[in-house]
Design a protein around this ligand. Structure first.
Ligand code: HAM
Length: 556
């Protein structure tokens, strides 16, 4: 059996700085102002198109994504943060199974220092091992924890120091038995004092597999089905929130990233299947990007056909690939068997010359898909939304049918897709719901903000304080608080100093935070009920009665 030695230093205080996990980042002021600016603008646009917000959980059952997004996609196959969520640890079951396999060990309770000296650790037993004439303290837990290890060590000390003489001379072994999945690769872990034994089997009742959402369309469609949203006709829903994919981090690609997305879904009778919905979504996106100030985007458009078209396409791909597939990467060789369409997701440079020669889906569209696609383009032309047709655009998720699109932006470099989306008729049925054609998109908010920061600075959208109040002298904090409260009622941005600050420090702070005015609140001012107000840029200073302050500051 492989053994691993853990040293006790692991639990001593560790001074090393704790950083955010790989691929995640903190969004800090003033950058968060850009994020808020974007979110406020998109909320306005969604309102104009009669979209309403939906908030779904950030984790869902793993099966939702396997069935919705597709087992063969990179997202489901490689990138999900998934865990088993065991609800209750059945220590009795572990104890019974372990005991059956360890019949040579005799349990005894009499005068047991283990049970009396420390707080209960779930099931804990003292064992007499005849063969080695030794004693063993064993406990049965769901996972390794330093608390239990410490408690076992403590129990042995108690036995040796507070119990009968026989314990002093007896070897006392310490053992922690946990389910083997808690010890991962090695079923045995030797700490300095305690032997940790991973025991095979599942000792959790009703465990289920959960996943941090890698995208939100599947979650929205799940909610549509769960809450029977078809009763409301056509649903126009939007969301803003974090998504999680275990990708290799780089500029514009993170493990926790944010999406602003929207879905239009409902019964066909409510118009959800119409190409007009596709065009409306694309026109909304053009409006939205214009509104937040992103120019120079390119809309890439394609139709990925319906299931029957894709079956024909996959067959054609297999034929084209048969003579060359052996030269391709292992992933492509697997995709060749399971779902050749996914070969278009391949990023391996050596495979690209082969991929360039493959047939494209547009040659396989049936009449219905072709007409739908043509109609989408006609409406786009009518509303003057420019697009580029890209017959190789297949998107990395399996639920798409008919229209598929991406908006790209030059400022983003390698990760240039600012957003992606398409039609997913059939997804509701795949998730056990009624027929509910739908179309939607998700904008990568991180990327949106990145492209925006090429032209707009966070500083330019931050609302700076209108006034900085400098309390001057003892007891002035409370007077300053009163003035601040009055001014904030007039929707002014007010920041406050402290009565312990010298005037010079207050002035420096006011300039540093970019306040427009500084207002002095000292004993004389309070007595006169009129305050010195100085415009920091011009240096102009006036004395303003309390009642006129807000109006004077609002005049700017
Ligand atoms: P997606 O193309 O996988 O589509 O993601 C949409 C956008 O999310 C991408 O264009 C990109 O801007 C951003 N994104 C994806 N992964 C990352 C990452 N690791 N770091 C930063 N940004 C990222 C979907 O998620 C579909 N649910 C869109 C949709 C909605 N289709 C229909 N309705």
């Amino acid at each position: 059996m492989p053994r691993l030695t853990l040293c006790h230093e692991r639990r001593t205080t560790n001074d090393a700085m704790i950083k955010s996990p790989r691929g995640t980042r903190d969004l800090l002021p003033p950058d968060t102002a850009l994020w808020n600016f974007v979110e406020a603008a998109v909320r306005d646009v969604f309102r104009a198109y009669n979209f309403h917000e939906i908030r779904t959980p950030i984790f869902e059952s793993t099966e939702l994504f396997a069935r919705g997004v597709g087992e063969e996609t990179d997202i489901v196959g490689k990138e999900m943060f998934t865990w088993e969520d065991g609800e209750r640890f059945e220590d009795k079951k572990l104890f019974d199974t372990w005991s059956k396999e360890n019949e040579d060990r005799v349990f005894f309770q009499e005068g047991n220092p283990f049970n009396s000296g420390i707080k209960p650790l779930g099931i804990q037993r003292q064992i007499w091992r005849k063969a080695t004439n030794s004693v063993e303290f064993v406990c049965f837990r769901p996972k390794i924890s330093w608390d239990v290890i410490d408690a076992l060590v403590k129990a042995r000390n108690i036995a040796r120091t507070q119990y009968s003489q026989e314990y002093v001379n007896l070897p006392i072994h310490l053992r922690l038995v946990v389910p083997d999945m808690a010890v991962k690769n090695s079923p045995w872990v030797k700490t300095e004092d305690v032997e940790v034994e991973g025991f095979p089997g599942n000792y959790f009742s009703s465990s289920q597999s959960l996943t941090l959402r890698p995208e939100n369309t599947a979650g929205v469609v799940r909610a549509y089905i769960e809450h029977k949203l078809w009763d409301r006709g056509l649903n126009k829903l939007f969301y803003i929130g974090p998504q999680f994919r275990r990708e290799r981090p780089q500029k514009g690609r993170y493990r926790q990233f944010y999406q602003i997305g929207a879905e239009v879904i409902g019964p066909a009778a409510a118009g959800s299947q119409s190409p007009a919905r596709d065009a409306e979504i694309l026109e909304l996106l053009a409006t939205l990007l214009d509104r937040v100030g992103i120019a120079n985007w390119t809309l890439e458009l394609n139709s990925v056909g319906c299931l029957a078209d894709r079956a024909k396409f996959n067959e054609a791909l297999r034929q084209a690939l048969a003579p060359v597939v052996e030269k391709m990467c292992a992933d492509c060789q697997r995709r060749y068997v399971t779902n050749p369409l996914r070969i278009f997701d391949c990023k391996v440079p050596e495979d690209q010359p082969i991929i360039k020669t493959l047939p494209t889906i547009n040659q396989f569209l049936d009449e219905d898909c072709r007409t739908h696609y043509e109609e989408v383009k006609k409406v786009l032309n009518a509303v003057q939304i420019p697009y580029v047709e890209n017959p190789r655009l297949v998107r990395g998720l399996d639920y798409y049918q008919k229209t598929a699109f991406e908006f790209t932006h030059g400022a983003l470099g390698a990760q240039n897709a600012i957003l992606g989306g398409g039609r997913y008729d059939g997804l509701s049925e795949a998730l056990g719901g009624p027929a509910a054609p739908g179309i939607g998109f998700a904008i990568g908010e991180d990327r949106l903000v990145l492209s925006l920061s090429a032209t707009a600075s966070a500083e330019s959208v931050v609302r700076k304080p209108d006034v900085y109040i400098a309390p001057l002298g003892d007891g002035m904090n409370r007077e300053a608080a009163r003035v601040a409260r009055e001014l904030r009622r007039h929707d002014l941005v007010v920041d406050l100093g402290d009565e312990s600050f010298r005037l010079k420090k207050s002035f420096e702070t006011a300039v540093k935070i970019g306040a427009l005015y500084i207002l002095i609140v000292g004993g004389n001012e309070v007595a006169a009920d009129a305050f010195a107000l100085k415009h920091l840029a011009s240096g102009e200073q006036v004395t303003v009665p309390r009642a006129d302050l807000a109006e004077r500051i609002l005049r700017k």
